[in-house]
Write a protein that binds this ligand. Structure first.
Ligand code: 5AD
Length: 348
């Protein structure tokens, strides 16, 4: 079967063998990319229409107790200026975002245990009582089942926690001994059990990753069935051991997005900031390969500047209003528009 036919088969059957997936991921035939885009758009348009959901990202803290080898806010990086937003600052970001049409706020931060469970619950519940038609997504790392349950009961709707890789040996090459893939996966299952809409995900091209690892990740997605999947290229950070490692491949990232859209039709799939960091057309390319979510940054300028997960992370002084307008314009060229709604999972 030709590789283009494999894309059609994936569209029809939502599955392929490992070697068939590998063939698509590694193709050098531009017809395969065209087919992936065509079918990914067809599926996305059928499930979500021509609408793109927006989420307002608020980078609440760059303190982190972890020391992930790839990440610029790892605890051993002494060259960054650490900050933490107050509840008032976070609410202020939400207020600005609400006026611009945001109905989801994603509170993301390093694993900062300065915030107690009560602090987090009070931030979440205050956002929910001020903006009752909005969803709150947390992306604050690994916590206990009980803590996750408290945040959920306080009103948090969704949680993002990338597993980063599904291969324990690869995980070990990206993280120090004190962290474990097993615990991370357990967290994902706990979140789902509690009732969150759950997002997981990986970087493409993280050091030592093989194509077989990506296939293993796709198998994990099929098994876990997350509501959302975050996929972005690895981008080196100058203050990490991986400073000289190459940037993740754009095409490989896009093909992974396309394959995921065809495998799990109703998944929420962001066109990530990392993707737009490595290519000026990254954001729209992500949409053209089946993405249906973008997450503009609502953080205060000083936070944008210091929340440096990787080098070159977009942190323009542009007002978020201006960003939304630009996004609207570039989507319009392809007949897409921004939807003002919470943008919950369509899955029952
Ligand atoms: N390049 C790309 N993505 C990164 N992340 C962290 N460091 C990097 C990097 N150097 C991603 C991780 C994490 C998410 C918040 O940001 O996948 O889960």
């Amino acid at each position: 079967m030709s590789t283009v036919n494999l894309v059609e088969k994936l569209y029809r059957e939502h599955n392929l063998t490992d070697s068939e997936l590998k063939e698509i991921l590694l193709t050098t035939d531009s017809k395969v990319d065209k087919a992936l885009q065509k079918y990914a758009q067809k599926v996305r348009d059928k499930v979500f229409g021509k609408n793109v959901y927006i989420r307002g990202l608020i980078e609440v803290s760059n303190y982190c107790k972890n020391d992930c080898y790839y990440c610029g806010i790892r605890r051993s990086n002494k060259n960054i200026c650490r900050y933490r937003l107050t509840k008032e600052q976070i609410l202020d970001c939400c207020k600005k975002g609400y006026v611009l049409g945001f109905r989801t706020f994603v509170l993301q931060g390093g694993e900062d245990f300065h915030y107690s469970d009560d602090d987090i619950c009070s931030i979440v519940s205050e956002i929910k009582s001020n903006f009752s038609d909005c969803a709150v997504t947390l992306s604050i790392g690994e916590r206990s089942y009980e803590s996750y349950k408290k945040y959920y009961d306080a009103g948090a709707d969704r949680f993002l926690l990338r597993e980063e890789t599904s291969n324990p040996l690869h995980y070990r090459k990206l993280h120090p001994q004190e962290m474990s893939l097993e615990n991370r996966i357990q967290c994902l299952y706990n979140l789902k059990k509690i009732g969150y809409q759950v997002g997981c995900g990986i970087m493409i091209g993280s050091p030592y990753q093989t194509v077989d690892d990506i296939i293993l990740d796709l198998r994990f997605f099929q098994k876990f069935m997350p509501h959302m999947i975050g996929i972005g290229p690895f981008v080196p950070h100058k203050d990490t051991d991986f400073r000289d490692k190459p940037i993740g491949d754009l095409k490989l990232t896009l093909r992974t997005l396309g394959i995921i859209r065809l495998m799990i039709n109703d998944v929420l799939l962001p066109s990530t900031t990392a993707l737009s960091t490595i290519d000026p057309k990254g954001r729209i390319l992500g949409i053209l390969y089946g993405g249906n979510v973008v997450m503009p940054n609502l953080s205060p300028q000083f936070a944008k500047e210091h929340y440096t997960l990787y080098d070159g992370k977009l942190s323009t002084g542009k007002e978020s209003g201006e960003m939304v307008k630009e996004l609207e314009k570039s989507l319009k060229n392809f007949d897409y528009s921004i939807e003002i709604s919470r943008g919950d999972t369509p899955r029952k």
